[in-house]
Design a protein around this ligand. Structure first.
Ligand code: FMN
Length: 318
């Protein structure tokens, strides 16, 4: 499938996940077959102040292509300027966040709060499209709450305003990340649009990905939490849907070697102090389902040096 002029080869994208899906993790997922990745959300206001934090979040490497930067905000002109500024990081695509439920984002009228004002969604999309020469996409939810389910309306307005694709997370803002996502909403949006639709919510296995494509007709699936500590989900999806090489079950030895590779890259990019602090949650996700997982997770919570992680992994019987 294509998003604008950008070819996406494969079946599954990595979802934007602030604080988790950073450059190290995105590169790893691409290595395992992710067809497309979206960076962590970045404040449109922060970008225009040229903050160091924004610059770090915007950075994309050659090992993670095609890739999007994702912007949040609620002022069309600020979003347009931020999009223009972000082009220096060479994104293949610019995505607009219309789904974040967090109070500090949605409480300020950005993220999912934009869906309460479909006309503003259109004006932001149009302003961003008119300032950049890369495809612009939007990521929406089912609606704000159960009394305002308007994904189809918002998606159509964004398409009309120039969006090249729409990602639909089948939950309202009120539902945050639970209960299960409404895939029928994704089907309804797909039916109503002519641009590609990316389906998101509750893909935790290759079978889930195949089921979502079958039930919704979406052009691409997007995996969020199902990829945490589990980047090989992309290999498994490509194997099941694309009939790539059969994907063998992941052994404990592979789990450990991928964890070490992931954290080594994380430390390289962010320095050992920050890298190892972030390694605690990643390690816990990799350890899920392993023998003595509870004890491993407890030990992961105290990691401070990369060497500590090597020692911890040596203690695991594979
Ligand atoms: C830790 C975390 C951070 C997230 N950060 C973002 C973000 O920056 N931008 C965004 O559009 N969605 C964000 N999301 C939402 C995911 O992209 C995705 O829509 C959601 O997790 C549902 O997909 P899943 O069921 O596969 O996890 C985040 C989700 C999680 C769990």
């Amino acid at each position: 499938m294509k998003i604008g002029n950008v070819e996406i080869k494969g079946y599954a994208a990595l979802a934007p996940m602030a604080g988790v899906a950073d450059r190290a993790f995105r590169e790893l997922c691409v290595d395992f077959g992710a067809a497309y990745v979206v960076g962590e959300m970045v404040s449109s206001k922060g970008i225009t102040y040229d903050s160091k934090k924004s610059a770090e979040l915007l950075e994309l490497s050659d090992k993670e292509r095609p890739a999007a930067v994702q912007l949040f905000g609620n002022e069309p002109d600020v979003m347009a300027r931020a999009a223009e500024f972000s082009l220096k990081y060479k994104p293949d695509i610019i995505d607009i966040n219309m789904g974040c439920p967090a109070p500090k984002i949605a409480g300020n009228g950005s993220g999912a709060a934009l869906m309460k004002d479909p006309d503003l969604c259109g004006r932001i999309t149009s302003a961003v499209c008119s300032c950049v020469d890369v495809p612009v996409t939007v990521k929406i939810r089912k609606g704000w709450d159960k009394n305002s389910i308007n994904a189809v309306e918002v998606a159509k307005i964004c398409q009309q305003a120039g969006a090249a694709a729409v990602t639909v997370h089948g939950r309202t803002r009120e539902q945050q990340y639970m209960p299960s996502a409404d895939w029928d909403m994704i089907r309804q949006v797909k039916k109503a649009l002519t641009i590609p639709v990316i389906g998101n919510g509750d893909i935790n296995s290759a079978e889930d990905a195949a089921a979502m494509i079958e039930k919704t007709g979406c052009d691409l699936v997007m995996v969020g939490r199902g990829a945490l500590g589990n980047p090989w989900i992309f290999r498994e999806i490509n194997s099941l849907i694309g009939h790539d090489r059969p994907s063998l079950p992941v052994s404990a030895a592979e789990r450990i070697s991928v964890l070490l590779r992931h954290i080594q890259t994380l430390c390289e990019y962010k320095g050992e102090a920050i890298g190892m602090r972030e390694a605690r949650k990643h390690s816990a996700w990799y350890f899920k389902g392993m023998r003595d997982a509870a004890s491993l997770r407890r030990k992961a919570g105290t990691l401070t040096k990369f060497d500590d992680l090597i020692e911890l992994c040596k203690m695991i019987n594979v």
